[in-house]
Every structure is written in C-alpha cells, then in structure tokens.
Design a protein around this ligand. Structure first.
Ligand SMILES: O=P(O)(O)OC[C@H]1O[C@](O)(CO)[C@@H](O)[C@@H]1O
Length: 487
C-alpha cells in the first residue's frame, strides 16, 4: 500500500494501516475531524491564519511557512531574494576561505541537513580546489561548549598560518550569525568568543553576516548590531518559526555557501505542497502521514516515532525532525485550554547503525513505537563488495553484492522482522538523495505537523515550554557576568 508522486517519491504505509494496525474504522470515525483539519490547513495556506495561534508576546501571529516554496514577486522568497542569495553565494565562493555558521535549533538544524546530505563528512578535509573552490564550512553556536569552541579557533588559526606561509595574505573568514530572536545565548556567546579571538589575529580578515527578524518596529538585538556595525543581513521572515525556516533565508543563506541548489530544494517543497492540496486522504502525503501517526498514537498507544533513515548523512534529518515534532506537538493544553499532554516522542535512529543498538528495543520492547524508515533508492556512488578472501566462505558468499543493495536488504529485513511482531512501521522512499527530493521530504514533514496540530487541536506553532527554563537560566547567566563596577 503506497502513495507515489510523479517525481518518484513514495510513502509506503503497508505496515501502518490495515488489520491489527490503524484500521479503516479508525479512519472512518475520524473523518469529520480530518475534513476540518484539511480545511484549516488550506485556510492557513491561503491566509496565514491558524485558529488560536499567538506569538510569544501573546499577539495574533500569521503562519507563513507554506508560502516559502513559491518563488514569485512579492512573496517571502522572490526572484530578487533568490538572486541576492545566489550573488552572496558567489561572493563567498570567490572571497571566503572559511565560513562559520552560528545558530541553534531551527537556526542550525535545517542548514545542517543540507550540508550533510550534499557535502558529507570530509568536506572540510578537502582542499579548496577539491571542493570546487568553495570554502570550509563549520557550524558553531549550537551548544555552549568551551572545548569545541577552542578546537574550532585553533583550527582556523592554523589555517591562517598555513595560508600566510604558503600563499601569503590573510585568511578570509565569514561568520554567519543566525538567530530569529537575535539574542539566543548559546548562539551569541559562541559568536562573540569566536569573533573576539579571530579579530586578535593579524592573519585573519573577519566579515560578519547576520540573519535575523527584519522587523523595524521592535528590532532584535542582532538587527541593531548589524546596523551599527554595517554587517550584511538576511531575513528570518515574520510568521516563519525556526523549525520551519529551512525553506527561508535561514537555511538558504547557509546553503549558498557550499553551492547547494536552493532552487531545486524549493521546487521539491513546492511539488510536495501541490501534492498535498487534495482533500483525498489517500492521495495527500502530509495529511495521510499525520492521520496515520495520530491514530497510531491515540488509538493504539504508539506515541513514539523513531525516524530511521538508512545512510549516515541523513542522521541530521532525524535531528531536524526531533525539533519539528517536539516543539510543534508537545503541548500541555489544547486550543480549548484543556489539559491534554499531547505529543508523540521523536527518537533519532540511523540504519544500519542502530539495528545493532536500538532494534532490540524496537522489536521486543513496549508496543509504543512507529518506526519511520527513510530510504534512498539510487545512490550516487556505490561499491561492489570485493572477493578479498576467497577461502573464507562466509565473506566470499556476499562478494559481488552492491553496498546499496545490501543496505536496502538490511532495511527490508528490519521492516519484515518488526512487522512480524506487531510493530508499526512505514517508509518514505526518495528516488535519489537530491535537493529536490530532500525538499519534498522535509516539506512533507513540516506540513504534516500542521495537520497533526489540527487533529489534536493543539497549537503546532508556539513553544511556550521552552520559555520556562529560559526564565530560570537568564538571570543566573547574567549573574555570572562582569558587573559594571568591575569595569
Ligand atoms: O533563532 P533563535 O531565535 O536564536 O532561536 C533558536 C531556537 O530556540 C528556540 O526558540 C527554542 O528555545 C527554537 O524554537 C528556535 O529554533
């Protein structure tokens, strides 16, 4: 049982729907709610209005992420804004040796997915020439970690020294600071440490680019700083929450620094958005995904979702999804103000790695999980496993197999084993690991949480829970600082 798009993207829900799983009766019973949810999501698409959604300051706020895939005049992503981003990418290509992107949560995770899936683990170990002239690209500000900050600085200083010795001239470093609120401690503290240290080096030329809320009414601290210091800026548009911002200048500013095809990525998101306009449940991938996962949780107690892509470079997709699902749907109150404690718990897993770690739990632990597989059908590179030790029968037996086929065989075995023991699972299948198909998948997941918010009647676009610890932490961190009397 699967839903396939013309692009080749598939959602296979055979092991999530049917006898002993989410049943036709479950879906039938929910029909009126599903219809209302679809009408609400269509309304959100057209007007940006989501019933009951308020900003952090308690003001009505539009939800506009579903506009982002559409690049046209007057839209959040317009031909001019895309051209400007690409021009910035060209400047980075021509002038930067090193880029460091500072951000956390939505200001980090989406860019990380784009980086990992296109550049991989060894990007920064290659020479500039091997990278096609693109600079090194590092992330920072996604933790308050003194050791990694020191290691990053040491690496940049070392590169500067190397450049001075071999080529002469200064190392050109671009620091991209991404923060919608403009004052997130983790991001800003790492940025200030790195900026301050790099400025001390005479071999390094530092340029800063800020990505923040562009509102002039109540400018963010980062916006004010950018104005004061004359830094170039890009925008986190109003109405686009961090966890939905990979389709905006948040994800795209980082992406153009490593030559990512941002237009193909947005085209994939657009293709998925168009596919999700139909009111036919079994033809609408985001609605179907949300309905099946909601019912699996509410009717069958499967309220944990393990997002398990097969392939190392997709691990960050799971990490991005953690924030999307957790902040969007983990809510104490529904929109009627009743205590519901809603929220399916997301778990990161990677195949085949976690088959040797988590699978025991998935296979035999509590019957409370849905394992959501992600598969790449055709890999850009592949290896045939060679017959290196012909006399060792066991090793010789699988020689000749392609690694990609073995990877899929392992996934299928896991799927069959889980299904054979009443373990709910499903599969998103990407024809290839391209920006287009990644755009489709990430957008499907983003729109899915909009549907699920409607089904559960919770506000999927706020995150009041994260303010609680911030209120405790803020004054305590401030108290650690130097007092004015201390100079
Ligand atoms: O972009 P900002 O404002 O620095 O926020 C980073 C992240 O912090 C959160 O506000 C949670 O604390 C997320 O929702 C957000 O993605």
């Amino acid at each position: 049982m699967h839903l396939a798009l013309a692009s080749g993207f598939k959602f296979d829900y055979t092991n999530l729907f049917g006898e002993g799983k989410v049943t036709e009766d479950d879906v039938r019973e929910l029909r009126p709610v599903i219809e209302k949810a679809h009408a609400a999501v269509m309304h959100m698409r057209e007007t940006g209005e989501v019933r009951g959604h308020l900003s952090k300051d308690g003001m009505p706020e539009k939800v506009l992420f579903s506009k982002l895939p559409y690049v046209s005049e007057g839209n959040l992503n317009s031909p001019e804004s895309i051209a400007r981003l690409k021009k910035f990418g060209e400047k980075v290509h021509d002038e930067a040796d090193v880029v460091v992107s500072f951000g956390i949560g939505g200001s980090y995770l989406g860019g990380r997915v784009l980086f990992d899936t296109s550049c991989g683990e060894f990007w920064n170990l290659r020479t500039k020439k091997q990278r096609g002239g693109w600079p090194e690209f590092w992330f920072s500000g996604n933790n308050i970690d003194p050791q990694r900050t020191k290691d990053l600085l040491e690496h940049i200083r070392f590169s500067a020294e190397k450049k001075r010795t071999h080529e002469g001239g200064k190392l050109n470093v671009f620091l991209i600071v991404i923060s919608k609120s403009g004052s997130t401690f983790d991001t800003m503290s790492a940025f200030m440490v790195v900026l301050d240290e790099l400025r001390k080096s005479e071999n390094i030329d530092v340029r800063v680019v800020a990505v923040t809320d562009p509102s002039t009414e109540k400018p963010t601290l980062l916006k004010k700083l950018a104005e004061e210091q004359g830094w170039e800026t890009f925008a986190v548009p109003d109405g686009v929450g961090g966890r939905f911002s990979v389709f905006s200048e948040v994800g795209l500013t980082a992406a153009v620094c490593f030559g990512y095809d941002i237009e193909a990525f947005l085209a994939g998101a657009r293709g998925m958005d168009e596919a999700c306009r139909t009111p036919e449940l079994f033809e609408n991938p985001a609605m179907l995904n949300a309905v099946l996962k909601f019912l699996a949780s509410e009717k069958h107690g499967r309220d944990i979702e393990v997002l398990m892509p097969y392939g190392d470079y997709l691990k960050s997709l799971s990490e991005w999804y953690i924030q999307l699902l957790a902040e969007s749907l983990g809510k104490t109150y529904n929109r009627r103000g009743e205590k519901v404690y809603y929220g399916r718990t997301p778990i990161v897993a990677v195949g085949t790695t976690d088959m040797h770690a988590q699978t025991q739990q998935h296979q035999e632990g509590r019957l409370n999980k849905v394992v959501q597989f992600v598969r790449v059908e055709k890999w850009k590179n592949d290896f045939e496993i060679p017959n290196v030790f012909p006399s060792v029968e066991k090793l010789a037996s699988f020689s000749g197999a392609a690694m990609s086929s073995a990877l899929e065989t392992a996934r299928e075995a896991n799927e069959e084993a889980l299904s054979g023991n009443h373990r709910f699972n499903a599969l998103f299948s990407m024809p290839e690991l391209t920006p287009y198909h990644l755009g489709e998948l990430m957008y499907l997941l983003a729109l899915s949480v909009a549907y699920e918010g409607e089904l559960a009647d919770v506000d999927a676009f706020d995150q009041p829970g994260v303010e609680v610890y911030k209120k405790i932490m803020g004054p305590r961190i401030a108290a650690l600082g130097r007092k004015p009397s201390e100079g």
